[in-house]
Design a protein around this ligand. Structure first.
Ligand code: B12
Length: 208
């Protein structure tokens, strides 16, 4: 895993894919590659991304290597037909981080969900109107900066005002997973994309 992490940090795409190929051959599962590999690599770049020091190029190059690895472990052609309903995903207005959201999208699609991606920096009203138009089964918010928390707290009430009272709101991403569901006014906070899949898969069981 350390080979993968180092190749990602250096933004070396061929070496990253080679390292992941070896991990898969050795039987490492995709969840571990994402949580112990991709997430850890990006976390190590934290010091390059502060308000004082900002090395955009290095971070962007590593981000591209992360997405190349994701495309390798979730190849386009292998995606199942979506049968489990529509999930809306976004990072809210003011937050341009989207690597975690893009990973969430691929994990949800691979599990049979139809994903409508509102993108990054998404205004709340666009999120709500999309959820209404698409008859969404759930809304997922990815949040990487803490200053966005007040806006996250408004998601549920904005959905309610639009008459969407039955749609669960799921929060995740480095900034939101430090908070409780109650303090964010969401239904659940998930550590990883896989936790959201498990939560959604078990929703029907919980309702019974
Ligand atoms: C990459 C990065 C960037 C890139 C983003 C590129 C991109 N396309 O996303 C760039 C360079 C653009 C960037 C910009 C900035 N960044 Co930045 N960035 C990061 C960094 C280093 C990594 C984030 C990342 O991609 N992680 C990898 C992904 C895979 O992890 P993840 O998002 O957590 O996602 C996983 C899970 O959490 C989960 N998940 C994610 N979302 C969701 C949602 C749901 C519903 C679920 C279920 C699961 C889930 O799934 C993923 C896989 O399991 C972090 C450091 C860190 N520790 O996070 C700082 C960090 C987030 N950035 C930070 C800052 C300050 C900024 C800037 C303000 C810097 C500046 N000087 O301008 C700007 C913000 C601009 C803005 N308005 O948004 C701070 C935020 C501090 C805070 N607590 O508020 C951090 C924490 C760095 C630090 N020094 O502390 N950044």
């Amino acid at each position: 895993m350390e080979h993968l992490i180092r190749a990602l940090i250096e933004g070396d795409r061929p070496r990253s894919v080679f390292a992941v190929e070896r991990l898969i051959k050795a039987g490492t599962d995709r969840e571990l590659i994402i949580t112990e590999g991709l997430e850890v690599a990006m976390k190590r770049l934290e010091s390059k991304c502060t308000l004082e020091q900002f090395n955009l190029l290095e971070i962007m190059v590593a981000g591209r290597a992360v997405m190349e690895v994701m495309n390798y472990i979730y190849p386009e052609g292998s995606r199942p037909v979506s049968t489990k309903g529509k999930v809306i995903i976004a990072t809210l207005e003011g937050d341009v981080h989207d690597l975690g959201k893009n990973i969430l999208r691929m994990v949800l699609i691979a599990d049979g969900y139809h994903v409508v991606d509102c993108g990054k920096d998404c205004p709340l009203n666009v999120l709500v109107s999309t959820a209404k138009r698409e008859n969404a089964r759930a809304v997922c918010i990815s949040g990487l900066i803490t200053s966005l928390i007040p806006l996250v707290r408004k998601v549920k009430s904005s959905l309610h005002r639009a008459g969407l009272t039955g749609i669960p709101v799921i929060a995740g991403g480095a900034a939101l997973k430090m908070a409780s569901a109650g303090s964010l006014n969401v239904d659940v906070v998930c550590d990883s994309a896989f936790d959201a899949v498990n939560w959604l898969d078990n929703e029907e069981v919980r309702k019974e």
